[in-house]
Design a binder for this molecule. Structure first.
Ligand code: SF4
Length: 345
């Protein structure tokens, strides 16, 4: 079967992830948290797709489900192999096949202090994928590979025998990036990769990720809450709210012409380069909805300044609101074509 669009690296279809709520000594299941509630989207080959939303929106769970680092409850994650041109539904892979398949994917975590084992040298950390995948190399070859990877992340090869404590946060994140790209994966999930770093170091790491993307033809899923960072690095943005995608469009289009009130509120906190467009930050009332008990209708309605009666009763579907000859712009709001929401340049 041919892939719907060969430029797509991943097609995610109706993905769900439920977590049971357990109580008591017998761990009786008393409810379900719908951390991901039926999301569908594609990731194009070579692009950076950002996933944004408040804490609890489901973005980190989505990233982990795409790697099957946690097991999705249902759905399809279809991966288009560059090498063979064939497609693989990752949900159908058993454990041994999944382990093999993971060499096509890398992951960068938020905290470069917690993600590196303090008892392992840089050499052991960066080369661990070769050991895990039993790739036949001798020590000398492995040292050459690690030296090359350290060079790619702009660290000196002589650092390979040092331990993580000898490095700054930015240097540790470079080591973590070298580990993530060690087997030359096609797809990398970067989960808040700069949010634990000093502002002065963030730009360096973002630039490094961009350079590596073009050098190694990487495709990124970039999970972040800082929209200024997202604007800088991403090609397209998906906005999540309570386990669902509520808006998805090209970065420039989404920032300049948001169509969902939640996106507008998130963007109102981003500094605008045009002073006359600057306006007050929209303060969202209350907390993000409880995914164990989301409100009926549009789950954003209790916090939405534009909500009307229909919003309490009918759930809006994610539909393409782009006009003729416009690029795709998906939004889940009953009034998306009525609003003139304010974005940022
Ligand atoms: Fe607001 Fe209604 Fe649109 Fe939901 S559907 S975002 S409540 S206007």
């Amino acid at each position: 079967m041919a892939f719907e669009n060969e430029n797509n690296l991943l097609e995610v279809k109706d993905l769900h992830k439920d977590f049971p709520i357990e109580r008591g000594l017998r761990r009786k299941v008393v409810g379900t948290i719908k951390a991901i509630d039926g999301i569908s989207f594609v990731i194009k080959r070579g692009e950076t797709l950002a996933l944004v939303g408040e804490s609890g929106s489901g973005k980190t769970t989505t990233g982990r489900c795409l790697m099957r680092a946690i097991e999705p409850t249902s759905g399809n994650i279809i991966y288009n192999m560059r090498s063979s041109g064939s497609e693989v539904d990752m949900m159908l892979l058993d454990k041994p096949l999944l382990k093999k398949f993971r060499k096509h994917m890398g992951m960068i975590f938020q905290d470069p202090y917690a993600s590196l084992n303090p008892r392992r040298t840089v050499f052991e950390t960066v080369s661990e994928a070769y050991v895990n995948h039993r790739i036949n190399t001798n020590r000398k070859e492995l040292e050459e590979i690690v030296a090359e990877l350290l060079g790619a992340v702009k660290l000196a090869p002589e650092y390979m025998l040092r331990y993580p404590h000898a490095f700054s946060g930015g240097q540790r994140q470079r080591i973590a990036i070298a580990r993530a790209i060690a087997l030359k994966p096609e797809f990398v999930v970067a989960d808040e990769p700069v949010s634990a770093l000093d502002v002065s170091v963030q730009a360096q790491i973002l630039n490094l990720l961009k350079e590596l993307q073009s050098e190694y033809t990487l495709t990124y899923l970039f999970i972040a809450h800082n929209l200024a960072v997202v604007k800088y690095i991403s090609d397209r943005v998906a906005v999540m709210y309570v386990g669902r995608i509520v808006e998805l469009a090209d970065t420039e289009e989404l920032f300049g012409n948001p169509k969902h009130p939640y996106t507008e509120a998130l963007l109102s906190a981003v500094p605008d380069t045009e002073p006359e467009r600057r306006r007050k930050e929209i303060e969202l009332q209350g907390e993000i909805a409880d995914p164990a008990n989301p409100p009926g209708g549009c789950s954003f309605h209790p916090r939405c300044n534009y909500a009307k009666e229909v919003c309490r009763n009918e759930e809006p579907k994610l539909v393409n609101a782009a006009g003729p000859d416009e690029k795709d712009h998906f939004v889940a709001c009953h009034f998306a074509d009525k609003f003139h929401l304010i974005g940022v340049e």
